[in-house]
Design a protein around this ligand. Structure first.
Ligand code: 5AD
Ligand code: SF4
Length: 459
């Protein structure tokens, strides 16, 4: 079987796609990188907003047309698969295999079955399952928990991914050891809400440490860089910041989604914190980690959001001074409380607010990024940039970084980079040698007469 997986959504979905891919390979499948080359196409779906759902619908339309011309098995996994909405779509587009986020290990059973297979249960075996490490990669994701116990009124995730279940630290540490053996140098710990690791459905789980303790354990493993996502401000505690400060491998990078700067909107979102409480957390972070890079998520145009509420989001942005933000227009998702109880705001109003927020974000990102010009950063270069004369990667603060290859450095690794130029989205710099000298890239040689006989790339 030749299989191809298409992944939408978040880092958790990327992790799950890798998990299913490794199952497929162990069943003897060849992984191919296009629909044309595949006889099994699996889409890993996201249901958090309407747009990713529309993309899946249009892709499934194309696949149904392909299926009419040649044998093809079509599968759908992930968050949308778990919803009635997704199952309707699956019926309409003649999807053969449907796997919810808790049934991923049923992939083998699904492919053996001669008829349509729909797996929608949350199975405990998933938490102990350790996928083989990705090959030839310096960065990896590591899931420490699944599901979510919060009930933010806009969010479909508690429905798609079920209640929170923390993974046992033994399974996490075993998976980490395998990643390290495979050469991984940066690990991102994943959970819908990592701060409540070890407290499932309001109860501390015996034998599972707190997230702060887990960070210290992972830090002692020898891994060079640790990141984590996502934190919920409601469960945010100072001990996590202290563990970050005391554990050199943990990067000074915090993604703390605020969603809105207005306490009134936060209440309607059922976020369980106020603007003031959120700002207290930010003050705690800045006190212990003065160089922390701060990212957030913001939803604009939540039902009932007034101009004053939106102004509070803008002023909160200034007060925190975020390095960057993921900004979303509110999308009314069937099955969420806000879809049922609140009226959606007009599209133009939401779009206009998003534009104003993006302007604010750009202003801050360029200001924050420019402060790195002239400084040296530790950068994990994961491989060639779009132009193969350059390498691309990320700093410890998660800034995307691009450098020209130089001094014989042309392969992935962790290097020191002197930043020379900044945009709101990217830092550009040069590699340094072991003595801290800038490595100038080789000037591009004029082609020799003999070399001209070989085809030149199109300019
Ligand atoms: N509409 C818009 N954005 C949403 N998010 C979650 N649900 C919605 C929705 N219904 C955003 C939140 C969350 C991120 C993953 O997606 O900002 O943090
Ligand atoms: Fe990830 Fe949420 Fe989308 Fe599911 S719905 S894929 S958890 S972002």
């Amino acid at each position: 079987m030749r299989a191809h997986i298409i992944t939408y959504g978040c880092q958790m979905n990327e992790y799950d796609s890798h998990l299913v891919e490794s199952q497929l390979v162990s069943l003897g499948a060849d992984m191919v990188d296009s629909v044309d080359a595949a006889d099994f196409v699996l889409i890993n779906t996201c249901a958090v907003r309407g747009k990713p759902v529309d993309k899946v619908r249009s892709l499934l339309g194309d696949l149904r047309a392909t299926k009419a011309r040649r044998p093809l098995v079509v599968g759908m996994m992930g968050c949308l698969a778990q919803l009635e909405e997704g199952q309707q779509i699956a019926r309409k587009f003649e999807v053969d295999v449907l796997l919810g986020p808790g049934s991923l290990l049923d992939i083998g059973k699904a492919l053996e079955s001669n008829e349509r297979f729909w797996g929608l249960q949350f199975k405990d075996e998933l938490h102990d399952h350790i996928p083989p490490p990705p090959q030839g990669r310096l960065q990896a994701h590591l899931t420490i928990m699944r599901g979510c116990d919060h009930h933010c009124t806009y969010c479909i995730v508690p429905t798609t991914r079920g209640p929170q279940v923390s993974r046992h630290p033994d399974a996490i540490m075993r998976e980490l050891d395998m990643l390290l053996e495979a050469g991984v140098q940066e690990v991102t710990l994943l959970g819908q809400n990592v701060n409540s690791y070890g407290i499932d459905q309001g109860k501390r789980v015996p034998g599972i440490p707190s997230f702060a303790e887990l960070l210290r354990m992972v830090g002692a493993s020898g891994v060079k860089r640790i990141k984590f996502t996502t934190s919920h401000p409601m469960n945010f505690t100072e001990d996590v910041v202290l563990a970050m400060r005391d554990t050199p491998a943990v990067c000074d990078f915090i993604h703390l989604p605020v969603q809105s700067g207005s306490s009134r909107v936060l209440r309607r979102m059922a976020r369980e914190y106020t603007r003031e409480k959120y700002l207290e957390h930010i003050a705690t972070i800045k006190k212990h980690l003065p160089n922390a890079v701060l990212f957030t998520d913001i939803i604009v145009g939540f039902p009932g959001e007034t101009e004053e509420d939106f102004q509070e989001t803008l002023s909160l942005y200034d007060e925190v001074g975020y390095d960057n933000a993921y900004m979303f227009i509110y999308s009314a998702r069937p099955g969420t409380p806000s879809y049922k109880h609140f009226e959606d705001l007009p599209r133009e109003l939401k779009t206009e607010r998003l534009q104003r927020l993006i302007a604010k974000q750009k202003e801050w990102s360029i200001r924050k990024n420019s402060a790195y010009v002239g400084r040296d950063l530790e950068v994990l270069l994961r491989g060639d940039a779009h132009d193969p004369a350059f390498l691309e990667g990320h700093s410890r603060g998660n800034h995307p970084v691009v450098v020209p290859k130089a001094g014989g450095i042309d392969r992935p690794g962790i290097y020191t980079v002197r930043v020379e130029h900044a945009t709101p989205h990217m830092l550009y710099g040069k590699l340094l040698d072991a003595e801290g000298r800038v490595l100038e890239p080789q000037p591009v040689a004029a082609p020799e007469a003999a070399a001209l006989s070989s085809p030149l790339p199109m300019l």
